[in-house]
Design a binder for this molecule. Structure first.
Ligand code: HAM
Length: 424
């Protein structure tokens, strides 16, 4: 039997209600912040990611699903959303439409990583990008939005960590200082860190290897080497977060796994996720829009992993759907049941989460009700020969087991009344 690819799981019907509820809540939060949705393609040119995420990052070096397509072009399944949003922003001149573009997206991303709890090869992200302002309070708004989503889903013991990663003025001299420090320790560092000294020294700070961590306690930190504008920016971000009561800690080691960040970087961690404990992360990327060919526009954003959000949320969020089963008992009632189902659907369409199902092929109430119980249906409408003769149906509440006879003409109204009582 054919199987799904490793790290690319199906989301089965038993779980989709929870996903839909999660997505709906996320959309509500985004719209309360004035964000508009943007949908970009899953496939983009490989260049887009190597130029934005960075040639020497793990994502570009090892994790991208890259193919040569039938035209001989190198294309890649998106490993993240920011690059595509920036491409679309530039391509469609969205800077003219919005002084500050507030864009969100939700959907699958692809990274060829080693699958484990909270780490997949096809995973889902929600992402938020705010393009067009360099104001530190826009960073504060982005961090608050991440915090609010965490709060809404009651993420288990959330910790918000922030840092500054400097900019084009202060990062190059800091990079040299850090490289000099790392070269002095080179032989004691792990193999990956040794390679990164030349290519991506800041990522060394992120290494999980305990020996490297020990050696790095004395490493120079970006935060202590930032230029005055970056320092002031970071102070204002902290002040803003304090003013609106968003609790945070400073973690000088946050460097993020993508190269486009400038100034503020932040992550939200959850207490119950083990080694893959970062639920969301992001930061400012003031140079990316111009690096991708657009007019200079400072920007800030973040993304959250939806699988990790679900794993870290303390309670189930989906409300159980209400199923109504229309059950013809025998051939004679089949057409009429189909008609009744159609009418009921039309009159109940406004009731989100209510479904009407015709259960065909049952000659006795026993077998039909067994099926209804299995699907945890709330109501059964049974139509046998006797009911047909009287133009009545038996309406059974499967939760209370109360049953009554209702004329065909009155079924919709009766059910609506019952549901109204239920929803109160
Ligand atoms: P990222 O830190 O690479 O940032 O990913 C954001 C989140 O996606 C992570 O915190 C994690 O929850 C989830 N995630 C990443 N990889 C996996 C995986 N293999 N399996 C499951 N979940 C995963 C970005 O992608 C940036 N584009 C964020 C950003 C937006 N920065 C500015 N704007």
């Amino acid at each position: 039997m054919l199987q799904n690819l490793k790290g690319m799981p199906d989301i089965l019907p038993a779980d989709t209600a929870q996903w839909q509820a999660m997505e709906e809540t996320i959309r509500c939060i985004f719209s309360s912040y004035g964000f508009d949705e943007i949908r970009t393609p899953f496939l983009e040119s490989t260049d887009l990611f190597s130029r934005s995420v960075g040639e020497t990052t793990d994502i570009v070096e090892k994790e991208m699903y890259t193919f040569i397509d039938k035209n001989g072009e190198s294309i890649t399944l998106r490993p993240e959303g920011t690059a595509s949003v920036v491409r679309a922003y530039n391509q469609h001149h969205l800077e003219h439409a919005y002084p500050l573009a507030k864009l969100y997206y939700m959907g699958p991303m692809f990274r060829h990583e080693r699958p484990q709890k909270g780490r997949l090869r096809q995973f889902h992200q929600l992402g938020a990008e705010m393009l067009g302002s360099q104001h530190p309070l826009v960073d504060v708004e982005a961090i608050k939005l991440l915090f609010d989503i965490g709060q809404e889903f009651r993420v288990e013991t959330p910790v918000l960590e922030i840092n500054t990663v400097g900019d084009a003025t202060c990062r190059p001299p800091y990079r040299e200082t850090l490289q000099a420090f790392l070269r002095a320790q080179q032989s004691s560092l792990c193999e990956t860190c040794q390679k990164r000294i030349d290519t991506n020294p800041m990522r060394v700070l992120d290494c999980k290897n305990p020996t490297c961590q020990g050696l790095l306690t004395a490493a120079p930190m970006m935060m202590d080497h930032v230029c005055e504008p970056c320092r002031v920016h970071f102070m204002e971000v902290q002040e803003g977060l304090t003013q609106i009561d968003v609790p945070f800690i400073i973690n000088k080691k946050i460097v993020r796994g993508l190269d486009y960040y400038t100034k503020t970087a932040f992550e939200m961690k959850a207490g119950n996720l083990g080694s893959q404990n970062t639920v969301g992360g992001g930061g400012r990327y003031d140079d990316l829009v111009s690096a991708m060919g657009g007019a200079p526009r400072p920007a800030v954003g973040f993304a959250m992993g939806l699988e990790r959000l679900l794993l870290s949320t303390k309670h189930l969020i989906a409300t159980a759907p209400i199923r109504i089963d229309v059950i013809p008992l025998g051939k004679a009632a089949e057409f009429l049941s189909m008609k009744l189902s159609t009418e009921l659907r039309a009159s109940l369409r406004q009731k989100v989460g209510v479904s009407v199902n015709t259960l065909l092929g049952h000659s006795s109430p026993k077998s039909a009700l067994k099926q209804s119980n299995k699907t945890e249906s709330s109501y059964a409408i049974l139509i046998g020969d006797q009911e047909l003769a009287k133009q009545m149906a038996s309406l059974k509440n499967l939760k209370t087991h109360l049953q009554k006879e209702v004329s065909f003409a009155e079924i919709s109204a009766t059910l609506l009344g019952e549901l109204h009582g239920t929803s109160n």
